[in-house]
Design a protein around this ligand. Sequence first.
Ligand code: 4AD
Ligand code: MG
Length: 458
Amino acid sequence: MKHTDVKDLFAQSEKFANGSVTVCGWVRTWRDSKSVAFIELNDGTSLKNIQIVIEKGTLDENEVKQALVVGAALQVDGVLVSSERNGCEIIARKIALLGGCPQDYPLQKKHHTLEFLRTIPHLRPRTKFFEAVLAVRSRLAFAIHKYFQEHGYKYVHTPIITGSDCEGAGEMFRVTTQPWKTSAKTEAEYFAQDFFGARAGLTVSGQLEGEVAATGLGKIYTFGPTFRAEHSNTTRHAAEFWQIEPEVCFCDLSDIIEIAEEFIKYVISDVLENCVDELAFFDERIEKGLIEKLKRVVSNDFAKITYTEALEVLKKSGKEFKYPVEWGCDLQTEHERYLTEEYFKKPVFVTDYPADIKAFYMKQNADGKTVAATDLLVPGIGEIIGCSEREADLKNLETAMKKRGMALEAYSEYLDTRKYGSVPHSGFGLGFERIIMYVTGVQNIRDTLLYPRTVGSL
Ligand code: 4AD
Ligand code: MG
């Protein structure tokens, strides 16, 4: 169907002015009076609706009646004219109904609660809120690829079905084709009969395979779906989320921290530049001062503090935390939020966590107690990046794995990366939905995904 995107009409209204144009879209709202009717048409290319002006008597009455329906899909031929209020609008010459929309269409009102919209995920993209979220999501994904491609990283695709658990803690979804009842007498027999002849699951992280790729390609990144069967029913956890995981050889913790900060600033700057309407909308409707916040993030250094120093800050805060603060404890959301929101009031890298609360692959520090790891915490959310230098020494790595009761045989290929030409290397994982939340001010991860998957909800 030959037609022009509404985005292009607004961007090049002078070029189109006083000429014939065709647009297609859905009716967001309409108004009718004796001599003239107005339709706000949206085609998804622009957050702004194009106003269709219907001068009564110039069009077939039936045609008009069918078009003045919220949710109806239309093709409109007309003349583009400039308008003081809207920049430009279209005087309709012909309106074709592409798809009618009966009265039970749930999006009749202009504003709906986000809770209500979650009950109709298949219709959410037709709202301004979701159109804006998906536009930012798309642009952020592009900016992320752009950053890595411009900086010499290769994009690798790591498997989604895997036999190895990267993060530990038994949070993997199982992948199976087995019927629920089999002739197997033992667990080993059961998995031997399964499709892969072994226990398989959905990946919780592409890191281990990413490290394998990096120890040949030098620097790589992954960008794909990851899955966690966590029962954390919070506004920041999804069972299926997207993760960006760069892995860089010849790079220690301080180098990767520098990269992470530069990268976060790069992608935020890109969105500031390319999602102007969307950010203005979120600034007005979701988080007042959002654009100023993002500009401050881009133009100021992130803070840095060690875990041990952070505990001192928390102890001296005079705050009553629900979870007690003792060296060795994992930082809870309340602790993370105090540090980033009240103490530093900006993004902060917390470094050198106790080895016992972190994953097996992290480089052990000389103190024998901590690892060269960091989490990037941001106001309003908490952790958005998990990062570390990797343990490059084979013996140390094996010891850490044994201490955690891991079966070394299952990781023999991974261990080969330390056996053959092992190098210092580091990487991080950015939660894609978490950074979308940070950039848009959206409070619930369920509102950043087209179809959120969370515990009890598919
Ligand atoms: O801190 P995590 O568990 O780190 C890893 O998976 C490492 N293998 C990353 C690496 O070094 N390559 O997860 C990384 C990030 C978190 O900081 C968080 O932003 C996000 O992934 N994340 C989730 N996002 C949404 N829902 C969940 N259930 C998430 N779990 C982690
Ligand atoms: Mg983490």
